[in-house]
Design a protein around this ligand. Sequence first.
Ligand code: FCB
Length: 461
Amino acid sequence: MQRSDLPNDFVVGTATASYQIEGATHEDGRGESIWDAFARVPGAIADGSTGDVADDHYHRWPEDVALMSDLGFDAYRFSIAWPRIQADGTGAPSRAGLDFYRRLSESLLERGVTPWATLYHWDLPQALEDRGGWLHRDTARRFADYAALVAEELGDVVTDWITLNEPWCSAFLGYGSGHHAPGRTVGTRAAHAAHHLLLGHGHALEALRATVPSARVGTTLNLYSVRPAGDSDGDADAARRIDGLSNRFFLDPVLKGSYPVDVLDDLGETEWFAENATDDDLRRISAPIDFLGINYYSRHTVASGSSPSADAPASAYPGSEHVRFISTGAPVTQMGWEIHPDGMVDVIRQANALAPELPLYITENGAAYPDRVDSDGDIDDGQRAEYLEAHFEAARNAVAEGLPLKGYFIWSLLDNWEWAWGYSRRFGIVHVDYETQKRTPKRSARWVAQFLQDAVPASRV
Ligand code: FCB
């Protein structure tokens, strides 16, 4: 597999997210986010840590920009911390917050790396959560105001915009299982949060288009390849449900302008959606986008099971709690996520079937492994390099099949604060020593750099 196996204009980038790398949570007027609050809840984070320091990227960003430029990346997908721009989620923007992202974007451009900005990678201002968060319809409007402020300021340096990162996680982990901030467990009402997030996408899209007509705007969904464990009707129904909740519940409104009726029925939320998800909302949510971002990590194999007991922990699949997720025995990463590169092509096909002309990007793909630093300081993460190569091959296969896959972003540049797992899961191709903040490219980074050197696009030589 060589870079020249991919089209010349195929974008290869890397991705991070604000709360996972920036640190400096109390600096320059940044407000509190739901993750700051959630990380302090005893037991919420596996290692009891917070993102207060993380990779200290807020101070070390020049080194990180140099790193990705030296590795040869075409693009860098970062996210903007809403509470750095509006401490409490409303009102005038903070100059310091805007300046930080301007300096970052300008420096990327100087180094030949295209900035891709995600507006919402989960750090909702806590003040908005106090008013109901994503369960409250008004949050969608606040998100659009924030989007307009950011676009106004950065529209000349950032062309590629992603409104939301993985609304499934925000809604169903944030308000369903409670494994993510804000840690609420409201059962099937988590679907209301999903609608308000999507509405936020629609409003933000409109705001971005009005502010920066030349912007390229998309959104990012996390999609799974889903299949039934066996031939039974129960297993087929389980697969329909999980594909419905994880994939179709987001793909359909964005690309078709409707919610899947079977999923609303599974959720028991048909009535709420009939009353609250208006035609106007759906027109906004399905307004044309310039690309769709897909985060792909794994496949789900599911079977029908029995309903859990009343005292079982809250589920991320409300209304479908009886579905069992089956281990296939195939290799998994440290997250327990099955490694299944062909599934990346499955989800690309699924999105493409709904919008045949729409450019698609894999905006995240990568793997956690328990890396070891050798006595000579080297990190020999051969498994991660193999994981990445297998997924680059899947990207090549998707392109060869005629699918409009235009780029692929590695998650992640740096080891970072992996949400509920804290610092206990490392996804970086660059190792971070959290004591010293020293960055050390791992073997996977060296592999990526070599891969990217083959057929360097003319614009970069
Ligand atoms: C995705 C998130 C990203 C990171 C990876 C491992 O769900 O978007 O921030 O945590 O998983």
